[in-house]
Design a binder for this molecule. Structure first.
Ligand code: DLZ
Length: 164
């Protein structure tokens, strides 16, 4: 299938592909759980609104964002989901730890995508302040969890189109 054919079939931003047969894993970091819980809620609601079955969503928790890499890696290898969404929130502190966690986690998730088993969605919120995190988890800027879920649906559709 050519790139041109795929782009013809792809839907617009607010017109997501049918997700009723899709299965998703969501790995959520417990650090800053007051934020990650809301991102999770936004993601699950969007998946459900787009037809994903209650039992087709597997949610697992890991301690911090850095552990998202291992958690997602495990889910990509088990074969019972079509995509994995990694959800974490890193808030800048006074030490360089923020940069190491952000960079390490992003690189790790990128490598999982490069491995090419199934799509892994980067739902890592990296913010300077608590207020920015609140704004992006159901506040003034919306709930980024919804975007993560929409991206996951589009990527499963992308993979499935190539299998036809
Ligand atoms: C250690 C740490 C720090 C300082 N900050 C955060 C954070 O803002 N968000 C987050 O998800 N995790 C944080 N962590 C924990 C690390 O992600 C990880 O769990 C530890 O370094 C152990 O590997």
């Amino acid at each position: 299938m050519s790139a041109q054919q795929y782009s013809f079939m792809a839907k617009g931003e607010n017109n997501l592909p049918d997700a009723s047969e899709m299965r998703f894993g969501i790995v959520v970091a417990e650090w800053n759980s007051h934020i990650t819980d809301k991102l999770l809620q936004g993601a699950v609601e969007t998946l459900r609104k787009n037809g994903v079955g209650e039992h087709s969503i597997t949610v697992m928790h890991v301690p911090g964002s850095f552990e998202l890499i291992y958690g997602c890696s495990q889910l990509t290898q088990h074969g019972f989901v079509d995509a994995v969404i990694a959800i974490g929130c890193v808030i800048k502190g006074d030490t360089p730890h923020f940069d190491y966690i952000c960079q390490g986690t992003t690189n790790g998730l990128a490598m999982l995508n490069q491995a090419g088993n199934i799509p892994v969605i980067n739902g890592l919120l990296t913010v300077n302040t608590e207020a920015q995190a609140e704004e992006r988890s159901g506040g003034a800027v919306g709930n980024k969890g919804e975007e993560f879920a929409a991206t996951a649906i589009k990527m499963v559709d992308f993979a499935w189109q190539l299998q036809k």
